[in-house]
Design a protein around this ligand. Structure first.
Ligand code: COA
Length: 159
């Protein structure tokens, strides 16, 4: 398995947009596949945040995860968020999401990420709880779906 930033492979944008649209975007009234692809353009700058990392198996993208700013805005001090975690159905259940998140964290730390937040529809935190994320408040996504906010401090090289 290899990991590449989307900025290195903009040709993967249509496939990723389709994943995100089919998983989440199609449930948002008025949101189109073209909108989904346009939202990915912020990830095309190299070596800076926001960052979208793609897992690649035999030259084929099989997963993705994003490290981005302010996925939720009600607490501005919560700057960096993990989002868009997606693994292709053919590759689920083998730990790829966990590996992908680790690879994203490794790249995010030198870019200044110290605390990461996420929101998940799985109230007990699912795989994130297993990976050391701590539960914060329960709230709702903009779509109305209940979500759990979670937090994970990243290990720094300071100590
Ligand atoms: C969630 C997803 C990324 C997991 O990918 P994966 O490579 O199979 O993950 P892993 O093998 O590392 O871990 C599987 C675990 O994820 C858990 N999981 C499934 N959906 C989850 C979710 N939405 N939030 C947290 N954990 C989830 C499973 O229960 C499983 O837990 P277990 O190992 O304790 O049984 C994948 O199922 C997927 O892409 N789903 C559609 C998109 C999605 O819901 N993304 C999560 C957004 S928070």
């Amino acid at each position: 398995m290899q990991f590449h930033a989307l900025s290195e492979h903009p040709e993967w944008m249509p496939l990723l947009a389709q994943w995100y649209f089919d998983t989440w975007g199609c449930h948002v009234p008025g949101h189109t596949l073209a909108d989904e692809q346009q939202r990915l353009e912020v990830f095309l700058q190299a070596d800076e945040l926001p960052l979208l990392l793609v897992a690649v198996d035999n030259d084929v993208p099989v997963g993705a995860a994003q490290l981005k700013f302010h996925e939720r805005t009600e607490r501005p001090e919560r700057l960096h968020w993990l989002g868009g975690v997606y693994v292709a159905p053919s590759h689920r259940g083998t730990g790829l999401a966990a590996t992908l998140i680790d690879a994203l964290v490794v790249r995010g730390t030198p870019l200044g990420v110290r605390d990461l937040y996420l929101q998940t529809e799985v109230d007990d935190g699912g795989l994130y709880a297993r990976l050391g994320w701590q539960p914060l408040e329960s709230t709702r996504h903009a779509s109305g779906v209940p979500v759990r906010i979670m937090w994970r401090p990243l290990v720094t090289d300071a100590g």
